[in-house]
Design a protein around this ligand. Structure first.
Ligand code: TRP
Length: 331
């Protein structure tokens, strides 16, 4: 039997190339070898996004983004979290096995509290219980589908460890393997995609290149990449330039070697380096953008793919909940 790979993306804005290289592409790679279950974490997004049009738009964008990137819904079970009521049933049951202290230690919650403290306001200001219990909902997403591995970025590793703790606590209580204990899977080589300012590419830093932006948008953003003040004729170090690091994501080894040599020789300015980057980024993203535009335009088609995915997912989810309820004495 193939092992199971599961991951989710929270629809809180447009996808960027960090999401593609850091999450979507490695997850699709794994779907060749594993039974894959990939989903849109829309209830997680609700903690942050309260504008209905914005949330609906992001859900569709993320769904179309997965499909445009090559997810085959015949091969991968692909669904929206909110279509699987068992997620919430399991989440409630897991709460009975989760220490409040464990949640107090979650990075995202701690960061929100700390921010309030620094501002000198009530430590709980603006923090909803959804943020506080986020790791439990995420544990339910994972455990519900008997996941063996969860491809995620480094920032999510703590959440997976919490899911392990919670599953183990259930198994220890009933002295049986009721729930599968998941493992995090990090793709080291592409885990961090640099943003326009050299920090990790992230929506929250406003330094991202959109995955499905127009050519003009892409060009403008690439021209905004922050560089040092080296002059055109000076030799440059490719490996310390985010322009080159981004270039590597879209090119073959031969192309990389050729451009690295030109950096080192001198004579190529940052402006030209950016134009080269734009050329390969646009070359790489154009076919994706075309597929994306076609998918997003076909509302019914997209809804139907997600509905079929939910239909396949629900019996798996129901079996896990049933197993757990039986063990707990509430069958
Ligand atoms: N918390 C993840 C993120 O913000 C999204 C997510 C929700 C997830 N549930 C999941 C990822 C389950 C992996 C498995 O990126």
């Amino acid at each position: 039997m193939k092992k199971i790979s599961l991951t989710g993306i929270k629809p809180t804005g447009s996808l960027h190339i960090g999401n593609y290289f850091g999450a979507i592409k490695p997850a699709l790679e794994l779907s060749k070898e594993y039974n894959a279950r990939y989903f849109i974490a829309d209830y997680h997004a609700l903690n942050q996004v309260k504008n209905p049009a914005e949330l609906e738009g992001s859900i569709r964008e993320v769904a179309a983004g997965w499909l445009a990137s090559g997810l085959d819904p015949e091969n991968v079970i692909f669904y929206r979290q909110s279509s699987i009521p068992e997620v919430f049933e399991l989440s409630t049951m897991l709460m009975a096995f989760t220490g409040k202290g464990l949640m107090n230690r979650a990075h995202a919650y701690k960061a929100a509290v700390q921010e309030n403290q620094e501002k000198g306001i009530d430590p709980d200001a603006g923090i909803n219980i959804g943020l506080f219990t986020y790791p439990i909902l995420m544990a339910a997403d994972i455990i519900l589908f008997d996941s063996d591995i969860v491809p995620v970025g480094k920032d999510q590793v703590q959440h997976i460890e919490m899911a392990q703790d919670i599953a183990q606590s259930v198994n220890a209580t009933y002295k049986a393997d009721i729930l599968k204990v998941p493992q995090a899977r990090i793709t080291e080589s592409v885990a961090v995609v640099p943003g326009l300012d050299g920090r990790k590419m992230s929506k929250s830093y406003d330094n991202a290149l959109p995955l499905f932006g127009t050519e003009n948008q892409l060009h403008k953003l690439i021209m905004r990449i922050v560089t040092n003040s080296q002059r055109v004729e000076e030799p440059k170090d490719p490996d310390s330039s985010q322009i080159f690091l981004l270039y590597k994501l879209f090119t073959s080894q031969d192309e990389q070697n050729a451009l690295a040599a030109r950096y080192k020789e001198g004579g190529m300015g940052w402006g030209e380096a950016k134009e080269e980057l734009f050329r390969v980024v646009n070359r790489g993203l154009s076919p994706l953008r075309e597929r994306y535009n076609a998918i997003i335009a076909d509302k019914k088609g997209l809804d139907s793919i997600l509905a079929k995915g939910a239909e396949k997912a629900r019996p798996i989810a129901a079996a896990t909940v049933k197993r757990f309820r039986k063990a707990a004495g509430i069958d």
